[in-house]
Ligand binder design. Sequence first.
Ligand code: NAD
Length: 242
Amino acid sequence: MASPIEIGSGDRLFVLTGAGVSAESGLPTFRDSNGLWNGYRVEEVATPEAWIEDAEKVWRFYSMRRRDALNCEPNPAHYALAELERNVGERLFLCTQNVDPLHERAGSKRLFHMHGELFRSRCEAECGRPEFVDDGIYETAAAIPRCECGARIRPHIVWFGEIPLEMDRIYAELDRCTMLAVVGSSGTVYPAAGFVEWARRSGARTIYIGPERPLNAVMFSEVVLGKAGEVLPGLFRVSKTQ
Ligand code: NAD
């Protein structure tokens, strides 16, 4: 068992989660399935080119992921992070690369989805209509809804090749954190894979948690090997004099 990590009253914690945090809930990670994602190649379903080429296939894929996400539950790792937030309040910033809703279902509130959200959609033409909550299942071209402006509705997902959301806010949080914990991310998808370097530059302690060393492991001050659901509960000890 890893020794607890003390969070003192002056600490600010930035937690980045990747697909691995949801693996024990039954949602497959991307890397662990040999580059295939629920049987699809990423370029076929998660790029702007795929949307232009075959929007029906893209929506079939995200409809399947919506169904999968509805059929699973948060695991102890999601609950541990929600509890940590209750203990340290606004000194925790939870940033997830995941599009599933498991962190919020576990009770996390100060949470940011840098790659978008599975249960939101938006206008493909960015006509000004904000993104909206959507749990629809669209499996044929005819079923794809239209915006009031006439353009098609697309998933509110940051596809490979697109820029993650609100990077300025994320870098501001990285600048002021004293600790960065990355959970279940292979360290291959940028810019998230570069957060550890950024946080180190401002002197933060950096910790990786996952069953195998990520590609950017050398950048971390500590690597805690193990499944998130087994390691995270009890990993952080919040000082009583908060
Ligand atoms: P990744 O698939 O590249 O890597 C997953 C990582 O999780 C691996 O390093 C693996 O060792 C680790 N892992 C596996 N089981 C774990 C466990 N029980 N506990 C902790 N770690 C575990 O994921 P990525 O680095 O997040 O990057 C891939 C991109 O695809 C990201 O944008 C990611 O969010 C997205 N994605 C999202 C979901 C989701 O929303 N649930 C699922 C798959 C992929």
